[in-house]
Write a protein that binds this ligand. Structure first.
Ligand SMILES: [Zn+2]
Length: 268
């Protein structure tokens, strides 16, 4: 089975040119949306990536911060219309922790019409995640786990794609208590907020984020084969990919991916 990671956005929570970090894992069985970014731009990005939003049956929201959850409310607007017109007939599944679920319930009650949310609730199964819950999504077993974030409760997941051990670790520096969980993995998706030389400008550490150097050193120590870095600042424009890859490669022996928005990473 081919597995594509389609990066809809790769920026942090305050980027303007880059969309906030979110992506689709696509295989022959369907599309799995991971986070939604913070705005209506999610619809635009899905269109640009040729992912029909009406085809999405599985959505995971890692945590309740603006840049990960707010796009969902814009998706609700279009998905509710598709449910109403029976373009979508089968259930949509949303996977999230209890804090995210509460956020979705409370915020939607205030900002979306109840008739719209009635359509969403009637056609959606919310799976409230506990630590290490597993679900089959598009033929792949995903195990969701608490990343023990210092900020709000946040979940990541691990799975096997094309016989490769793969982990998504959300948008905080990996808690050392989880090092053994991902040791020797083939692919790890981890945030990199800024270059080490620009820590004094962007203050990654005080926001529970990493620099490219700090995450690369840890992933190297854990014998990870490929790292995918995202959730960055955007001051370097077109040079970002090169600069971040250069820095990461100094401290990490495996392959480094610093995707641009709408890039596709094939897991083979
Ligand atoms: Zn974020």
């Amino acid at each position: 089975m081919s597995n594509k990671i389609i990066m809809l956005g790769t920026g942090n929570g305050a980027t303007l040119e880059l969309y906030n970090t979110c992506f689709v894992i696509q295989n022959e069985k369907g599309n799995f949306l991971v986070d939604t970014g913070g705005s209506i731009e999610i619809i635009n990005r899905l269109n640009q990536a040729n992912v029909d939003y009406n085809s999405i049956r599985h959505i995971f929201i890692s945590h309740s911060h603006t840049d990960h959850v707010l796009g969902l409310f814009w998706l609700f607007k279009v998905l509710s219309q598709s449910i109403k017109r029976e373009i979508i007939k089968d259930k949509i599944h949303i996977y999230c922790n209890d804090v995210v679920y509460e956020t979705i319930k409370v915020v939607s009650a205030h900002i979306l019409p109840s008739s719209l949310m009635d359509l969403i609730y009637s056609n959606t199964t919310f799976h409230i995640l506990n630590d290490n819950d597993s679900y089959d999504i598009n033929g792949v077993k995903y195990t969701f786990f608490d990343i023990k974030a210092k900020g709000t409760k946040q979940y990541g997941f691990e799975c096997t794609l094309a016989n490769k051990k793969f982990a998504f670790l959300g948008d905080e520096t990996l808690n050392p208590s989880l090092y053994n969980k991902i040791r020797d993995y083939d692919y790890v998706m981890h945030e990199a907020f800024c270059l080490e030389s620009e820590e004094s400008i962007f203050h990654a550490y005080e926001k529970n984020h990493s620099t490219t150097k700090s995450v690369s050193e840890v992933m190297n120590k854990l014998n990870i084969k490929n790292i995918i870095l995202y959730h960055t600042e955007e001051s370097h424009g077109k040079n970002r990919q090169e600069l971040y890859t250069q820095e990461a490669s100094k401290y990490f022996n495996g392959k480094v991916f610093v995707p641009n928005d709408l890039d596709i990473i094939n897991i083979v």
